[in-house]
Design a binder for this molecule. Structure first.
Ligand SMILES: [Mg+2]
Length: 128
């Protein structure tokens, strides 16, 4: 069973996504801000990160960069990061990929599409 770190500061979205992922048999850890996300990433070693970009403390793009630094520093396998955000300009998307994102989902998104992308990213990395 894949473990997912869900980084989302909006409680209603976090609750909805967590419920959908749990029903789909993923293990879910929720972080409500960037600091919690970085600490959880270092401690939990998730198989996938769902990362909201607009967080109350640290910008999600910077959180992603820090996660990639932790992977390098600890010689860890690269974990897929799926960014979730209402910021969908080309520039915002490029900034996300430059920071180390693997995929991008614009808010508002449907749960079915989220589960499809999560499935694709966890399957693609499951046999590495
Ligand atoms: Mg947010």
């Amino acid at each position: 069973m894949a473990a997912i770190l869900l980084v989302e500061d909006a409680p209603d979205i976090a609750r909805l996504v967590r419920r959908a992922l749990t029903i789909a048999s993923y293990e879910v850890v929720v972080a409500a801000d960037g600091r919690q996300a970085i600490d959880a990433f270092a401690a939990e070693r998730p198989d996938l990160v769902l990362l909201d970009l607009m967080l109350p403390d640290i910008d999600g793009v910077e959180v992603c960069r820090e996660m990639r630094r932790i992977e390098t520093a600890q010689a860890r396998q690269r974990v897929p990061v799926l960014m979730l955000t209402a910021l969908t300009s080309q520039r915002d998307r490029e900034a996300g990929f430059e920071a180390g994102a693997d995929d991008y989902l614009a808010k508002p998104f449907g749960i079915a599409e989220l589960l499809d992308r999560v499935g694709a990213l966890t399957f693609a990395h499951s046999d590495v």
